[in-house]
Design a binder for this molecule. Structure first.
Ligand code: AMP
Ligand code: ZN
Length: 478
């Protein structure tokens, strides 16, 4: 029986993870659309997939991780019409679509690496797999799952009775209300394009020959074609953001299961929740975005953002504000400061995997608690709390024990614990001291110098020094 429990969107519950082939796991993650920079929200699914991969590897599995890059088409949102965003971005920048794609793919890879997210084993681009997509579309057509209308070849969802199952869709309601983006000739509102025809008189950079004439693939097709190419017709885990459940993943399942007649095509479907910003989902389409480089410009190191993401469970929505990320950076630097204290402690059991020496009871208990948290649907905030306890526990753990444990935990967390120096000054946060500091500021504002000095002395008696920074006074223990 597996020790790993993962929440499976397909069954709506946490389930023990068992691989299809003993000792091996195949993961496919929906990758970026590269017509604009990937923002802080976009980075969350990759951090989550990285955590998944690291956890599986720590359990001894050999993982093959495949991620795609959507460098073609991707019309407005999930719909099948509207402007093609790759083409629009290219025209605006006076570059080719491929240049735009290369530029934003680079940015995405750089951001990932700065967050200590491991590179995938296979990085596959939609434009390099047109033949595979055409082959899949052809198989669907040959088996009667498609029909052709004026602007393309469409998948007929009524031919797949399980269509609404995965996302619990109410197709009747969709049919009643229609959809804003509805292409009028479609048989059912949920039908989706698998191949779009190049429109007369519109000059496109990205189009290919096909059995249906010149055109380009529908967005959903690439993930079905590439995942099965690299992981086989039945594989273990598919990941993506929660927004993909209702349309993109539902459509991937429909076309793949109809083409292969294998059900379920993917055993585990795992989805991360959103990063919100300014009251809504951070999204390229609405423009309410912040980038990793914006954080860096403001003095926040990238791994502080990783720490911020790890401080919530991947299935919990998180709200981004500069202040909460600043607070996460303070916490992160403080943890690094504690970890750096034990850097030179005698090496115990290399990397924490238990060398010859027997491990103390306190040490094993922490190791178990940390692993249990990660095994329970990747509960990173709980695991991080264990790392904090270890970093602070000078009573039951030797410096060498703490070092060993923090190094072992960091194989999951990827925060460069023990090895990195905390950046800049390490300030602390505690509601009581913060309130005293605020009172002192108020006294100074009132020109009540005696009161301001009294509070400073009071804080000083606790071994705390106050440092004036451009953002106002901060404090740390001497
Ligand atoms: P895109 O480039 O828009 O296709 O998005 C890439 C990945 O980021 C997909 O898995 C999306 O589901 C995910 N995503 C987009 N916006 C957010 C957000 N605000 N928070 C978390 N994940 C997101
Ligand atoms: Zn996808």
């Amino acid at each position: 029986m597996s020790k790993l429990l993962f929440y499976n969107t397909r069954t709506s519950r946490k389930e023990p993870f068992e691989p299809i082939e003993a000792g091996k796991v195949g993961i496919y993650s929906c990758g970026p659309t590269v017509y604009a920079p990937q923002h802080l929200g976009n980075l969350r699914p990759y951090l989550f997939a990285d955590l998944l991969r690291r956890t599986l590897e720590e359990e001894g599995y050999e993982v093959t991780h495949v991620i795609n890059v959507t460098d073609v088409g991707h019309l407005a949102g999930d719909s099948d019409d509207g402007d093609d965003k790759m083409e629009v971005a290219a025209a605006k920048a006076g570059k080719t679509a491929l240049e735009i794609a290369a530029m934003y793919t680079e940015q995405w890879l750089r951001d990932r690496r700065q967050l200590n997210i491991r590179d995938p084993d296979v990085l596959c681009r939609a434009t390099e797999h047109i033949a595979e997509q055409i082959a899949l579309a052809k198989a669907l057509e040959d088996n009667g799952f498609t029909y052709t209308i004026s602007d393309g070849v469409y998948f007929d969802v009524s031919r797949f009775p399980r269509y609404s199952e995965f996302a619990g869709l109410d197709l009747a309601a969709q049919a009643d209300h229609g959809r804003i983006d509805e292409v009028s000739e479609k048989r059912n509102p949920a039908d989706f394009a698998i191949w779009k025809f190049a429109a007369e008189g519109i000059d496109r950079q990205q189009e290919w020959d096909s059995p249906w004439g010149v055109g380009f693939p529908g967005w959903h097709l690439e993930c079905s074609a590439m995942s099965t190419k690299y992981l086989g017709q039945h594989f273990d885990i598919h990941t993506g953001g929660i927004d993909h459940v209702r349309v993109h993943h539902t459509n991937e399942i429909a076309q793949t299961e109809c083409a292969t007649e294998i059900h379920p095509w993917v055993n585990f479907w795992m989805h991360n929740e959103f990063i919100d910003f300014q009251g809504e989902k951070m999204a390229k389409s609405t423009g309410n975005v912040a980038l990793l480089e914006d954080l860096v410009e403001n003095g926040i190191e990238p791994l502080a953002y990783r720490y911020f993401l790890l401080s919530a469970h991947y299935r919990q929505q998180q709200t981004y504000t500069p202040e909460v990320v600043q607070a996460a950076a303070t916490g992160y630097r403080r943890l690094l400061g504690l970890a750096a204290e034990v850097r030179d402690a005698g090496e115990g059991h290399e990397g924490g995997k238990g060398g010859g020496e027997a491990e103390g009871a306190a040490q094993s208990a922490y190791r178990e608690r940390f692993r249990d948290a990660m095994r329970d649907d990747l509960n990173a905030p709980k695991a991080l709390a264990v790392a904090w306890e270890v970093a602070r526990n000078r009573d039951d753990l030797s410096a060498a024990d703490r070092r060993d444990l923090l190094l072992a935990f960091d194989r999951f967390l990827g925060l460069d614990l023990v090895v990195a120096d905390p950046a800049g000054d390490v300030f602390e946060s505690d509601p009581r001291i913060d309130a005293l500091l605020a009172d002192r500021q108020q006294a100074r504002a009132n020109k009540d110098w005696a009161e301001a000095d009294r509070i400073r002395d009071l804080i000083g008696e606790e071994g705390i020094e106050i440092i004036d920074t451009p953002e106002g006074p901060r404090w740390r223990r001497k």
